[in-house]
Design a protein around this ligand. Structure first.
Ligand code: J2J
Length: 541
């Protein structure tokens, strides 16, 4: 079971009381939210999964389906507080499964389709997950075989549910049964799910989000983005990412009674026909995709005129690229700078063009507290760059079961150290100017160098390794591994290092893009590897 305040630090009561009194925390839960929408407008279409055959779910159908699946999960012993690792691509079953879990108060742990044995093994064993939900084969990869291996790593795992051909596991289609009596429903202040952090450490930390706090970020995002029952939102990015899930994302759209359309892939060849056919009004993209869409739109044969708003975030969007989006896609641009830990900033629909193209927005909530500090923790003068610290009604107070890490990741008075370097404009908008944390942002996918370094260090020919970001015109950043070989070791080729990482079973985006062999690393004054100096060397690439 999960004990609020023990497994996951929570807001001190005086803050919780304030957030409730202010009307941010409405005392809703995801399970009840869907039930209410299904009662109010059962026949409205909630969800479209367009491929390979177009399938739709009305609110009534999604609600009934969540009930039957919840009953089936419960019959298999999944109970309130249990963790279930969900690794599904953009398919309707993803939404069915998470609402079924919400309904019984079990916590989905959102894995990405790209994750492999190392990551999934960690999520399952660290959270003591009782079940794991996978597709059969996705993007040419057999997730059933991965599940078989993960079962050996994680003894807590009792069930593997497969969307599609089950192999040796249980088909998800066998799970639903007639709704049993009422479930032991979660309370609004309890945890709803565990989201993944981008991470800066060897293993990624898990982010505990409550019904109250996440639902607030959804309805407030809806107000800012103008999401309502007429919104038709294209989920172009992987649905498990915090951005397409909640800013305002498919969960925000379901909250508002609109329609979420799941794109199997985010490229223009897939997305543009969907925009035309489904009359899409809103979507969210990472900067590299926004670049590709902007270029493709100039010669698109498809009618994109339904598109009203495109959100771009997850990594820094260059001002020059941002300027081109509105004229070519012929829709409004909104920049979004958010994080799965909480704080989300948006430019506003009534901001002038200069603000929209040159800032990353301002916080959702009047109660999002922002501090911009120097290395010693003191606030910098107005407008000067510094490290962003934040605290507020939907920003976590600590990671799941990570008390040691939390001591550094949060200040004593509960501010989250984002690791982002920002400056604030007089209007209160934030401009992201860099990063203090050791992380690589590869087109929105976050890589913790330490994780990749630990893997490469296990190679018998490697003496030492340092992984840093290299600027990249398309992705923003790519990864470069500087490797020092052991004395007397056989020389390695870069591809051998890449293959070694891949064969360890990690998400492909973590495999270093470049590998370079060096004799030594530059040192800081205190004899540590100077990543700053390595990064400036890497910029010559
Ligand atoms: C620069 N850096 C950005 C931006 C995120 C909405 C949007 C994005 C995320 C997300 C999210 C950036 N410019 N516009 O969860 O709800 C970098 C920062 C930040 C980190 C968080 C959402 N938008 N970033 O990207 O948890 O470094 O969330 O701290 O994946 O991405 O990453 P993540």
């Amino acid at each position: 079971t999960v004990t609020p305040g023990v497994d996951a630090p929570t807001w001190p009561e005086e803050f919780a009381a304030r957030y409730r009194a202010a009307g941010y925390w409405r005392g809703e839960t995801f399970g009840r939210m869907l039930r209410e929408r299904a009662t109010a407008h059962p026949d409205r279409v909630a969800l479209v999964d367009p491929a390979p055959e177009r399938r739709t779910w009305t609110y009534g159908e999604l609600d009934a389906r969540a009930d039957r699946l919840a009953a089936g999960f419960a019959a298999r012993g999944i109970a309130k507080g249990d963790r279930v690792v969900v690794q599904l691509p953009n398919v309707g079953e993803f939404v069915e499964v998470v609402f079924a879990l919400f309904r019984i108060g079990a916590l989905p742990v959102y894995a990405l389709p790209a994750h492999r044995e190392t990551e999934i093994g960690h999520f399952c064993s660290f959270t003591e997950a009782v079940a794991y939900v996978v597709p059969d084969v996705h993007a040419g990869f057999d997730h059933r075989r991965l599940a078989t291996r993960v079962k050996e790593l994680a003894p807590s795992l009792r069930d593997v549910f497969v969307v599609g051909e089950p192999g040796e596991h249980t088909p998800l289609s066998d799970v639903p049964c007639d709704p049993a009596g009422p479930f032991d429903e979660p309370e609004p202040h309890e945890l709803a799910f565990l989201q993944l952090s981008g991470g800066t450490t060897g293993v990624s930390k898990l982010i505990p989000r409550t019904h109250d706090d996440y639902l607030y970020s959804l309805w407030a995002s809806n107000e800012i983005c103008g999401v309502d029952a007429d919104t038709r939102f294209l989920v172009a990015l992987p649905a498990a990412h915090n951005f397409p899930m909640s800013s305002p994302g498919w969960l925000g759209v379901l909250y508002a009674g609109g329609t979420a359309v799941l794109a199997p892939k985010p490229d223009p060849a897939t997305a543009f026909p969907l925009i035309e056919r489904e009359r899409i009004t809103m979507t969210g993209l990472v900067p590299p995709l926004a670049l590709v869409w902007t270029e493709a739109a100039a010669r698109a044969k498809h009618d994109l005129s339904s598109l009203e708003l495109t959100l771009v975030g997850g990594a820094k969007y260059s001002e020059a690229a941002a300027r081109r989006l509105e004229p070519t896609l012929r829709c409004r641009l909104m920049q979004v700078f958010g994080m799965a830990e909480g704080l989300v900033n948006y430019t506003r629909l009534d901001d002038d063009v200069e603000t929209v193209v040159s800032t990353q927005g301002r916080p959702i909530s009047p109660d999002d507290e922002i501090r911009i500090v120097d290395d010693t923790g003191h606030e910098v003068p107005d407008g000067a760059p510094g490290q962003l610290l934040t605290r507020g009604p939907y920003t976590i107070r600590g990671y799941w079961r990570a008390p040691e890490h939390n001591r550094n990741a949060f200040t004593e008075d509960g501010f989250y150290r984002t690791g982002d370097l920002v400056r604030r404009t007089p209007s209160g908008h934030l401009v992201v100017v860099g990063r203090a944390k050791d992380q690589i942002n590869r087109g929105g996918e976050k890589i913790a160098p330490e994780e990749v370094e630990n893997i490469i260090l296990a190679h018998p020919a490697v003496h030492d390794v340092s992984v840093v970001a290299v600027p990249d015109a398309y992705l923003g950043e790519r990864s470069l591994a500087y490797v020092i070989l052991r004395e007397g070791a056989e020389p390695l080729k870069p591809v051998a290092v890449k293959r070694f990482v891949r064969e360890r079973g990690v998400a492909a985006y973590k495999v270093p893009d470049l590998v370079e062999f060096v004799a030594a690393f530059p040192q800081t004054g205190v004899g540590k590897v100077s990543k700053n100096q390595l990064r400036s060397t890497a910029e010559q690439h």
